[in-house]
Write a protein that binds this ligand. Structure first.
Ligand code: NAD
Length: 490
């Protein structure tokens, strides 16, 4: 098994443009930091706006040949990338843990999850179908087909450095689109390693281009205003998503937006509490709480709220905080100092407003940006923690008295990504599917992601879906053709 330094020594640190690995036009480099130690682990090219435009040039040049490549050939490259990704699973997991901090076991799970998008969309590439039918008046025939939208700009966050890239690149390639991807500046290494895998899998030059940069806004502006670009797919925070939507509006770009969340986690008094506690640990502490799907508000029926709080507190005390590469570690560092300050501020605010601190509550001090796994009970309605995305290992419990109140509390947010519901009453479960305003729901489960399922939100959590049979349609446009009634002139 390779070590992190061996994997890093093997890594390409330059921009990937038109199939070439090249330095930034400014010659600048950006530092990649290990959040578990605060030290620089390596450097990668710090791309400029001119590099971004060069990457778009390459994506535009490759667009027609790639769209004309048979779906089966596109599918086989994706499938080959899937196979290579499995073979390099350990290297990718080490890179992710080094640049992002998650425990190695979770990084391995992300390689599995991220890889599934390659396999799934290799299968979808050959199933892009259309419709054919008579007009109702019988005067003609209607053909509905799908065409690739064209060159796409993909912007990804740091929290799932591999899966957020494959979840966009795989459907885009399957649909016949070329792309420029800009990974988060905090975690550029995994995307670079993945681009190398695509190259090895036989992807033609220019189909995928990678620009790493500290100047996200500077790179994005000329790409988004370029009339050759056809689509923006963004995963990240809601404020940045809104900003990019405004920029995309000027050329009426197709957009997919996977934005922030504030997931409610409902535990009814008829829930199987063992299941609910297991689900809570997963929904809250996976990825150190830094997931858009992380449960943000635990709404628990007043009859079981104390027992639930006691049981999750006992489980939280078993968590082990430390460097992700160490055996047995379940909680790695937060991504940076800002994330630690935010978690601390939210906990202090909740306690000041009357919440009971049952476990954790503090930053652990350097080196590294660690925050103790924390449980807060009896959190009051005005606490910031219920209204902001925590993005940290803090579990906040709010008691409720009946189903209507639970629904009202759950829906009282501008976000609508995912909800979790624990009940053993099937009718209540069905009512929750109808009544909770979220794009996804875990019913008696604490994790919902699957490459075969449509991932996405409603309200300010986003527009569009990634994964499932829906995912490829984000990269296809509908083309309607009318032909005359073939019998008209007989
Ligand atoms: P972020 O919005 O700060 O950054 C996301 C990406 O946007 C990064 O690549 C960043 O460099 C880029 N960016 C930032 N400012 C930009 C600008 N002015 N112009 C162009 N690009 C810009 O988000 P983050 O902190 O990296 O990620 C965390 C957020 O992502 C959370 O809100 C989380 O909920 C969300 N998220 C959502 C999903 C989902 O599927 N809905 C998945 C993962 C993360």
């Amino acid at each position: 098994m390779a070590t992190t330094s061996e994997v890093l020594a093997d890594l390409e640190g330059r921009l990937f443009v038109g199939g070439q690995w090249r330095a930034s036009t400014s010659g600048a480099w950006l530092d990649v930091i290990d959040p578990a130690t605060g030290s620089v682990i390596t450097q990668v090219a710090d791309g400029t706006p001119a590099d971004g435009v060069a990457a778009l040039d390459a994506a535009v040049a490759a667009a027609d040949p790639w769209a004309a490549t048979p779906p089966r050939a596109r599918a086989e490259i994706l499938r080959q990338a899937f196979t290579l990704l499995q073979a390099k699973s350990e290297d990718l997991a080490l890179l992710m843990t080094a640049e992002m901090g998650k425990p190695l076991a979770e990084a391995r799970a992300e390689v599995t999850y991220g890889g599934e998008f390659l396999r799934w969309f290799s299968e979808e590439a050959v199933r892009i179908t259309g419709r054919y039918g008579d007009t109702p008046e019988g005067t003609g025939r209607m053909i509905v087909s799908h065409r690739p939208v064209g060159p796409c700009y993909l912007v990804t966050p740091w929290n799932f450095p591999l899966a957020m890239a494959t979840r966009k690149i795989a459907p885009a390639l399957a649909a016949g689109c070329t792309v420029v991807i800009k990974p988060a500046e905090l975690t550029p290494l995994t995307t670079i390693a993945f681009a190398k895998i695509l190259q090895e899998a036989g992807l033609p030059d220019g189909v995928v281009n990678v620009v790493t940069t500290t100047d996200a806004a500077g790179i994005s502006e000329p790409i988004l205003s370029d009339p050759r670009l056809r689509k923006l797919s963004f995963t990240g925070s809601t404020p940045v998503g809104k900003l990019l939507m405004r920029q995309a509006a000027s050329s009426v770009l197709r957009v997919s937006m996977e934005l922030g969340g504030n997931a409610p986690f409902l535990v009814f008094d008829d829930a199987d509490l063992d299941r609910a506690v297991d689900g809570a640990m997963l929904a809250k502490f996976r990825n150190i709480g830094q997931a858009c799907t992380a449960a943000n508000r635990f709404l628990v029926h007043e009859k079981v709220a104390d027992e639930f709080a006691e049981r999750v507190t006992a489980r939280v005390r078993e968590l082990r905080t430390g460097r992700g590469t160490e055996d047995g570690v379940t909680i790695g560092p937060l991504i940076d100092d800002r994330a630690v300050s935010k978690a601390r501020d939210l906990v202090e605010d909740a306690v000041a407003r009357g919440a009971l601190l049952r476990a954790g509550g503090k930053a652990t001090g350097g080196p590294g940006t660690f925050f103790e796994p924390t449980v807060l009970a009896d959190v009051t309605a005005d606490s910031r923690i219920l209204h902001e995305e925590i993005f940290g290992p803090v579990l906040a419990i709010v008691p409720f008295t009946d189903e209507d109140e639970a629904v009202r509390l759950a829906n009282s947010t501008e976000f609508g990504l995912v909800s979790y519901v624990f009940t053993q009453n099937p009718a209540r479960g069905q009512r929750m599917i109808d009544r909770l305003e979220t794009g996804m729901m875990g019913l008696n489960v604490g994790a919902i992601s699957n490459a075969a399922a449509p991932f996405g939100g409603v309200k300010q959590s986003g527009i569009g879906r990634e994964g499932g049979s829906e995912g490829i349609h984000e990269y296809l446009s509908v083309k309607y053709t009318l032909t005359p009634d073939p019998y008209a002139d007989r």
